[in-house]
Design a protein around this ligand. Structure first.
Ligand SMILES: NC(=O)c1ccc[n+]([C@@H]2O[C@H](COP(=O)([O-])OP(=O)(O)OC[C@H]3O[C@@H](n4cnc5c(N)ncnc54)[C@H](O)[C@@H]3O)[C@@H](O)[C@H]2O)c1
Length: 323
């Protein structure tokens, strides 16, 4: 079995490639030629930590692969200088059931999550968008900076994090990598949201960070950080006001606190979801239609994304000519 470490994942799967792989993944998912099972998410009974262990199985077809991502999400890991997500993607050959590769899941998750947000941003943000806000300046902020700049001509980046040291360090590090961008450190949320076009929420917050009053007309929001029924980053009034798109109807209706909490309050109805990313990439839905609407992409992360990335990396390393 081939063991593929995080450096190899990052070398073999550029952000641009990942956006293309995710586009094909969502086309196949929409067509029903690839599928996933409901994921098992265990909230570890370890008190206040809210640590999570998850198994995420998916099947890519009879001449391709199947397997599972096995992953932990430990929100406080950054205090020990460790990534919040750790685990492996196990890839099996669909022809004979043989395990063929074990791929570092932290790197896959880092890249694929941001690639999916970029794909949604392509369909939902204003074409003229040139300002990006990162709420949470951890690992996902770095990959989101890389992918969102692939799909929109970003000039200014507002960075907000509760932890002053982390937001300062983030800007110090990435200003060097992106000399063409202006980074603005924000100590208050309002500074980060009042002049922006695209907001990515990338935190493990248990209580809403953004409400309707924080958001200017025409803003697109990628709500990425939370993925359990009792955690959320967006307040109910914002969820009810925004035009809502999701990575997958079923997964959001099972797992997203951003969606489930306002639904339980009666502020949102099930018809509030206007479309999925699969419907956007196959042009069954239009996405943004005007300059003034507030659009929201709520994503909990899907096993098919992980398996498609793992397949791509494994086949590239094997030297297989890609589709
Ligand atoms: N939806 C998905 O597919 C998906 C995939 C990967 C990660 N995630 C989630 O995205 C989030 C970010 O992941 P990461 O790897 O960058 O984590 P990280 O631990 O590296 O960074 C999170 C950052 O958020 C900051 N933060 C926490 N609460 C905040 C708040 N209320 N306001 C502002 N900043 C706050 C922390 O200080 C930290 O710097 C995590 O919750 C993770 O579980 C979701």
């Amino acid at each position: 079995m081939k063991i593929i470490n995080s450096n190899e994942v990052i070398t073999q799967l550029s952000f641009i490639e990942a956006i293309k792989v995710m586009e094909q993944c969502f086309k196949d998912f929409q067509a029903g030629t690839i599928s996933q099972e409901k994921r098992m998410v265990q909230q570890l009974p370890d008190g206040e930590n809210h640590n999570v262990f998850a198994m995420m199985p998916a099947y890519l077809g009879k001449n391709r692969y199947f397997g599972s991502k096995i992953i932990t999400a430990f929100p406080n890991n950054h205090k020990q200088n460790l990534p919040s997500h750790l685990g492996e993607v196990l890839l099996f050959d669909s022809k004979n059931g043989q395990p063929v590769a074990m791929v570092n899941a932290n790197a896959v998750t880092w890249i694929r999550t941001a690639a999916v947000s970029a794909l949604a941003t392509k369909f939902l943000a204003k074409k003229s968008a040139n300002a990006l806000t990162l709420i949470g300046s951890g690992q996902q902020a770095a990959s989101h900076l890389a992918t969102i700049t692939c799909v929109r001509a970003i000039q200014r980046v507002f960075v907000y994090d509760l932890d002053e040291t982390r937001r300062k360090q983030f800007i110090l590090q990435y200003q060097e990598d992106y000399p063409e961008l202006t980074f603005i450190e924000c100590s208050k949320l309002e500074e980060a949201t009042k002049e922006t076009d695209i907001i990515c929420t990338l935190t493990p917050s248990k209580t809403p960070i953004l409400s309707r009053k924080n958001i200017q007309p025409g803003t697109h929001i990628n709500a990425i950080g939370t993925f359990t029924p009792d955690t959320r980053e967006l307040a109910s009034d914002l969820m009810a006001f925004g035009q809502l798109y999701v990575d997958d109807y079923q997964a959001i209706k099972r797992e997203s606190g951003d969606y489930l909490i306002p639904l339980a309050e009666g502020v949102l109805t099930e018809t509030a979801i206007l479309g999925s990313l699969g419907e956007l990439v196959t042009h069954q839905k239009n996405g943004r239609t005007d300059e003034q609407s507030i659009t929201i992409f709520d994503a909990v992360g899907l096993a098919v994304e992980d398996l498609c990335c793992a397949e791509y990396i494994y086949e590239k390393i094997k030297g297989v000519v890609l589709k």
